[in-house]
Design a protein around this ligand. Structure first.
Ligand code: ATP
Ligand code: MG
Length: 425
């Protein structure tokens, strides 16, 4: 099969040329080749070579010895970075994870043999010819994900490959080969050997695709997440099991892809699994989410459950007040995040009708003041005007004024605010 080079690969040709001038073998490998075959846009361009890392370092002026022990050198060329990795075997696998040491080899096919799936074990040379010893193209045509070699052995070597399998099935809309899927089910307990940070990275990639619900379905069917180093928590595990068994599960996540923002997709999942902010936060923490992200996701989930209680108790103007209070407490950004999630989660049976969500959005847009900083009086002004000492009453009073200004009962104007404060005393 002959391929024409897409721009990102063409841009890296000088690196291959230089290695070849020095009589080393050098080819494009990995995701870039796979995505070129599929006609998709390319993320990063990886190169494999028979040159040893020290030789690569000598040939290129600007490089970083990123993974010197594993044979990877990052080469900088015209503002881009490329990982150049020496052909290698990964013989000694330790504890079902990536090996500590590697053995360099001079043959490309040996290097391709260590790769996880046939579609990731293709190489593209300078002449544009695809080298595909394990039938990656054939598998892609059949939309099939298949291990290179024996799946059982490959998943036992490195258990992360099972999660990669589920991710690729989801993102590229593949079906697993029979043997490959059986091996996932058989070896899923080995997930306990994998660092949770790496699980998180895979799940993020899986969820970021165009059809995240497909990946989720296979995550559920695989049971991989029930065998992590640490449990995501009993409630969430139960909810995942129920959702996985329910015939409704495809419909539950039907509109997940409508959310462009990855964090909101996570929030959507927590809400759909009916997990309150605490259990969602716990699971995110287990998955080693950065604090900022997990806080943002939890804020959306919290808002959802708060609003669920509010709409049971109130409507109309009273509901508007509840909503404004919540917006002041959680912030405008969380409110807008939640509205997006609630819209995507909106199905016929949903507690939040389209009309209600429209009302909430309109009310949100009408709020002209969102924080104490924007209020036209300060604590000092209050103390002076009311001739009172500092105390907890100051912030209580300020917050009350903020609320009244936010719902439009009071103008955000100094005299009006001070008058109201005096009245409240
Ligand atoms: P993407 O970059 O889209 O996430 P990718 O296939 O490029 O997907 P990388 O993690 O960048 O994935 O790895 C590059 C290549 O290295 C893969 O295509 C595969 O050939 C090989 N590879 C990566 N991880 C593994 C692994 N755990 N086991 C075997 N081979 C792997
Ligand atoms: Mg890649």
């Amino acid at each position: 099969m002959h391929l024409s080079f897409p721009d990102p690969i063409a841009a890296a040709l000088p690196i291959i040329e230089r290695l070849r001038e020095h009589h080393f073998e050098a080819v494009f490998v990995g995701g870039a080749v796979r995505d070129t075959v599929l006609g998709l846009s390319i993320k990063d361009v990886d190169i494999a070579t028979s040159a040893r890392p020290e030789q690569v370092l000598e040939l290129f002026e600007r490089c970083i010895p990123t993974g010197l022990q594993h044979g990877t050198i990052t080469v900088l060329h015209e503002g881009e970075t490329y990982e150049v990795t020496t052909f290698r075997l990964e013989s000694a696998y330790e504890a079902h994870r990536k090996p500590e040491s590697v053995e360099y080899i001079t043959e490309l096919d040996g290097d391709l043999l260590r790769r996880d799936f046939t579609m990731n074990a293709m190489a593209l040379g300078l002449d544009g010819e695809l080298h595909d010893p394990y039938g990656g193209v054939q598998d892609l045509k059949k939309r099939r994900l298949r291990s290179v070699g024996d799946s059982n052995a490959r998943f036992q070597e490195d258990a992360l490959r099972m999660l990669r399998a589920v991710r690729f099935i989801g993102i590229y809309q593949l079906r697993p080969a029979h043997h490959t899927w059986r091996a996932v089910l058989q070896h899923r307990h080995l997930m306990g050997f994998i660092a949770l940070e790496r699980v998180q990275v895979e799940l993020d990639k899986l969820l970021a695709g165009a059809v995240p619900q497909r990946g989720l379905r296979f995550v559920a069917a695989s049971g991989l997440l029930f065998h992590l180093k640490e449990s995501l928590g009993p409630d969430i595990e139960l909810a995942m099991k129920e959702a996985g068994q329910s015939a409704l599960s495809t419909r539950l996540f039907e509109r997940l892809h409508e959310l462009a923002d990855l964090d909101l997709r996570w929030a959507f999942i927590a809400i759909t699994l009916n997990q309150p902010a605490e259990t969602a936060s716990y699971a995110l923490q287990v998955l080693r989410f950065p604090n900022g992200r997990s806080k943002r996701i939890a804020a959306v989930v919290q808002m959802h459950f708060d609003m669920l209680s509010s709409i049971k108790l109130s409507h109309g103007r009273e509901l508007q007040k509840q909503w404004v209070k919540l917006v002041l407490a959680s912030g405008n950004a969380a409110a807008r995040d939640w509205l997006q999630v609630a819209r995507a989660a909106q199905v016929e049976s949903s507690s939040f009708s389209k009309e209600l969500l429209n009302d909430l959005e309109r009310w949100l847009n009408e709020i002209t003041i969102l924080s104490l900083k924007q209020l036209s009086v300060s604590g000092r002004d209050l103390m002076k005007h009311l001739q009172r000492e500092a105390g907890p009453w100051v912030s209580e009073c300020l917050n009350r004024l903020l609320f009244l200004a936010a719902i439009g009962v009071l103008e955000n104007e100094k005299q009006a605010l001070l008058q109201e404060a005096a009245k409240q005393q």
